[in-house]
Ligand binder design. Structure first.
Ligand code: DON
Length: 556
């Protein structure tokens, strides 16, 4: 057997449907369901369950996600199945007696776990928008768990890493690391416990996960590692269908994830800030280009820190933040020749916001997949356990990991979380509140027809990754695969620096930027974009998997 270590998998073309996701088995699960008469939503649910088997770093039953749907009839929905804080969570739960954040408490172990939303979210999607039964769409995942799949190189690597990192998490090491006798690339990996859990969900739906033996084991496993999730928390979990965040960019309609993700609002506000700028004479990744993007990014992320949180708990001024008027106000102090240091970029205050007049003015280890079908329905879906393998807590006897999403709250207002993101009141911990996310599943349409389905993992960098793919295509005319593969850079206001991936900024460009006052910090490749666009020549779909993490695409 040839074991692939790193590959740029083919860009694909299909008229009847395309799936782009990390794992080939998951792509094939989606195509199998499309061929069986399912629509993009059925296929996305099948891919989600398959990814829970083949990609345990991020694909999940014990986490949450966002599913953005654009149906061919023009209707649009954002399904929010983000995790919630348990009922007895409280604002200072990660602080010691002197109000300092206790390292690790919000990131590993039972207290890091939010109430999982995935199973309920997928069920809601299927009930409202799918065509096929749960029994049918879960079949490929159950087969993969029961019969096994050959461990890809990157998964074997992650398991080896987990074996060292998850010391003391015996069930996790038993299931994923064979108690220390780690799996080699290419070995057949079967997950009978997970297959049992999937079959229970297949048979009973939400009741198979949120009550009964799985729920009881979940509560027990979380408690054994210091967690406080109760059976009541589980039975109370509810996904929501929300109105997507909407904007426009140079003639395209942009649809993205609303709060509790910050992604849609930050993405659309950055596009609004970029729209008045002319890229015609601005070289791609020139100092001027990077300056324009970085200045826009730091302004949007500054407002993210104050104005974004769970809309069920905090009044997010969504309409204002999405308006062109806000973008104009925000860019008043922008100077194309110089830097505005983050210390001088203040989040807008109440009176600034009051100035915005809406009259006259018309979104490390998460995974994203994109799915389209022959009718023109599209699903853009990002899902996560937060960090790779989440909290490290595996539900004993049931073979699945629990998230560490609680770290996406601000443990202490004003202090950065593990992605360096600052949050304040809007994202303080409260019982049953959803933690703020950066996940940005996005769809662009033109004249009501889908032209781009896009999203990415990467914590705080997700939003600027999606922004750059759109910028690459719309402003620099790149074909989809080039736009996906192109190197990227990132500014998030705090810390006040530009991170950039390999080959994203040439040394002479870096010199120009440093002379302007920017601090530049190189980093490894990030952001596995899995995207689909409408083919302009034959009218079908193009699926473009990111070469960075050897993603896959399948079509028919
Ligand atoms: O919801 C969020 O924004 C984060 N929990 C996503 C985490 C992530 O992307 C990790 N990945 N690389």
């Amino acid at each position: 057997m040839t074991i692939v270590v790193q590959a740029a998998h083919p860009t694909v073309y299909g008229e009847n449907g395309v799936v782009v996701a990390h794992d080939l088995e998951a792509c094939n699960a989606g195509i199998e369901i499309l061929k069986a008469g399912g629509n993009a939503v059925d296929a996305a649910v099948a891919v989600s369950y398959a990814m829970a088997v083949t990609h345990p770093q991020a694909g999940n039953l014990g986490g949450g996600g966002f599913m953005l749907i654009q149906m061919a009839d023009g209707s649009k929905f954002a399904i929010d199945y983000r995790e919630m804080a348990p009922g007895n969570a409280h604002r200072d739960m990660y602080l010691d007696d002197s109000s300092q954040v206790i390292p690790g408490l919000s990131t590993r172990g039972g207290l890091a776990v939010g109430v999982p939303g995935t199973v309920a979210g997928l069920q809601l999607a299927l009930d409202k928008f799918g065509l096929l039964s749960r029994k049918k769409v879960m079949k490929p995942a159950i087969r993969l768990a029961k019969k096994g799949f050959h461990i890809p190189y990157d998964l074997a690597y992650s398991f080896g890493w987990l074996n060292r990192a998850a010391e003391g998490y015996d069930e996790t090491r038993r299931i994923f690391c064979r108690n220390g006798e780690i799996y080699m690339p290419g070995e057949l990996f079967k997950q009978p416990d997970l297959a049992k859990t999937l079959r229970l969900i297949q048979k009973k739906g939400n009741a198979g996960f949120y009550s009964g033996p799985v729920a009881e084991a979940l509560v027990k496993s979380s408690a054994a590692k210091g967690g406080t999730i109760t059976l009541e928390d589980l039975s109370n979990y509810e996904p929501h269908i929300r109105e997507p965040a909407k904007g426009t960019y140079r003639g395209f309609d942009v649809l993205s994830m609303p709060p509790p993700s910050s992604g849609g609002i930050a993405l659309i506000s950055m596009l609004n800030m970029l729209e008045p700028m002319n890229f015609d004479s601005v070289g791609w990744h020139s100092a001027q280009h990077i300056q324009m993007m970085a200045e826009v990014e730091k302004r949007a992320y500054a407002d993210r820190s104050v104005w974004l949180g769970d809309p069920d708990f905090f009044e997010v001024p969504q309409e204002k933040l999405l308006s062109k008027a806000y973008a104009t106000l925000r860019m008043m102090d922008y100077d194309s020749l110089s830097i505005t240091p983050s210390d001088s970029v203040y989040p807008l205050n109440d009176s600034d916001l009051a100035e915005i007049d809406l009259t006259g003015y018309e979104s490390e280890e998460t995974t994203h997949y994109s799915v389209v079908d022959k009718w023109g329905n599209a699903v853009s879906l990002t899902t996560t356990l937060n960090w790779s393998f989440g909290s490290y807590v595996t539900v004993e006897g049931y073979g699945f990991l629990l998230n560490n999403e609680m770290d996406d709250f601000s443990s202490k207002p004003g202090e950065p979380n593990s992605f360096g993101l600052i949050g304040n009141e809007a994202n303080a911990i409260e019982p049953k509140k959803r933690m703020l996310s950066s996940m940005t599943p996005t769809i662009l349409t033109k004249d009501g027809k889908v032209v781009l389905v896009v999203g990415a993992p990467g914590g705080s960098t997700i939003i600027t990754t999606v922004l750059q793919v759109i910028n690459n295509m719309v402003d620099y005319g790149m074909p989809l695969q080039d736009a996906v593969n192109a190197p990227r850079f990132h500014h998030q206001w705090r810390p006040d620096l530009i991170n950039y991936g390999p080959r994203a900024i040439s040394p002479d460009t870096a010199e120009l930027l440093r002379n302007m006052g920017y601090e530049l910090v190189p980093r490894s490749a990030y952001g596995e974009v899995n995207a689909i666009s409408r083919d302009q020549i034959f009218g079908g779909w193009i699926g473009a998997p990111d070469y960075r993490l050897s993603s896959h695409a399948a079509a028919y």
